[in-house]
Design a protein around this ligand. Structure first.
Ligand SMILES: Nc1ncnc2c1ncn2[C@@H]1O[C@H](COP(=O)(O)OP(=O)(O)OP(=O)(O)O)[C@@H](O)[C@H]1O
Ligand SMILES: [Mg+2]
Length: 259
């Protein structure tokens, strides 16, 4: 079944301050949507609100995944339903190994009694780590603890590959990656492109989009999507920055604070 993810009129506040001011976005199966935009315009807030982060109160709008009401779901349910977020700043968890974490995450998505066997899990994890050119020792390291910036990002992609999500959100997955790692991570994402999976990729740089060709590019300012286009939009932003968008739309301050 082809995936359909739909955001309508989404508004979200943090501690009473409205950050998202009405987001509309439809992501079909097989599609890659890129979100670009200056700092502090609400991109990560959108990712957090979609995942159900408790700090981000949704005050209006709807979000559905294949017709199911996402906003009604708790964080765990959203993950089970197939939402996945690779965070801009992945958190470190001492005492939980990477393997333990991933295995619990996989099993949490399965019915009781249908857990993945240890052998199958280890084989899968080893295979994916090889694809991502990760040192096998990362299997038994504590989750993200002491990982370099690039190692954390690669590990987020490992999780994505193992969890087989329906809607993948990548928040600045390219930040901190060296040139080879960028290519490896992009290849990992491209290998996951499928009819029953949609992608929302938040990035500042066109370079990532040279490797992962987006179907749509959106610009976020003042907590809204203010402009959408194809890959050529990202190229123009890379070449010219955001001033022309602001001028075109009569925006003076693009951050969410002033709107
Ligand atoms: N938990 C929070 N508490 C207070 N303010 C917040 C919180 N989360 C986000 N904000 C504010 O909301 C605004 C948007 O932040 P957000 O992280 O969504 O921006 P962004 O577009 O992802 O920026 P960047 O490109 O720098 O990552 C910022 O002004 C930020 O300070
Ligand atoms: Mg951000």
């Amino acid at each position: 079944m082809s995936t359909q993810f739909e955001i309508q009129g989404l508004k979200s506040s943090i501690e009473g301050k409205e950050i998202l001011k009405g987001i509309d976005l439809k992501i079909g199966g097989g599609e890659v949507h890129a979100i670009m935009g200056p700092n502090g315009t609400g991109k990560s807030t959108l990712a957090s609100a979609l995942m159900g982060h408790p700090k981000y109160e949704v005050t209006d709008g709807s979000v559905t995944l294949n017709g199911e009401d996402v906003l009604e779901m708790g964080v765990d349910e959203r993950a089970r339903a197939g939402l996945f977020l690779a965070m801009q700043y992945p958190s470190e968890i001492t005492g939980v190994t990477n393997a333990d974490f991933l295995r619990s995450a996989i099993n949490a998505r399965r019915e009781e009694g249908n857990e993945i066997s240890l052998i199958k899990f280890v084989r899968q994890m080893e295979g994916k780590m090889k694809e991502l050119e990760m040192n096998p020792e990362f299997m038994h390291r504590y989750l993200n603890e002491g990982f370099s910036g690039g190692e954390k990002k690669r590990n987020e992609i490992l999780q994505m590959m193992m969890l087989d999500p329906k809607l993948v959100i990548l928040d600045e997955i390219d930040s901190g990656l060296d040139i080879d790692a960028l290519r490896i991570v992009a290849e990992g994402v491209n290998a996951m492109r499928a009819e029953d999976r949609g992608f929302l990729i938040i990035t500042h740089y066109q370079r990532l989009l040279n490797y992962i060709t987006p179907d749509f590019v959106h610009v976020m300012m003042q907590g809204r999507i203010v402009k959408s286009g194809g890959p050529e939009l990202a190229q123009r932003l890379e070449a010219e920055g955001y001033d022309w968008v602001k001028e075109e739309l009569g925006i003076v301050d693009e951050t969410v604070g002033q709107a």
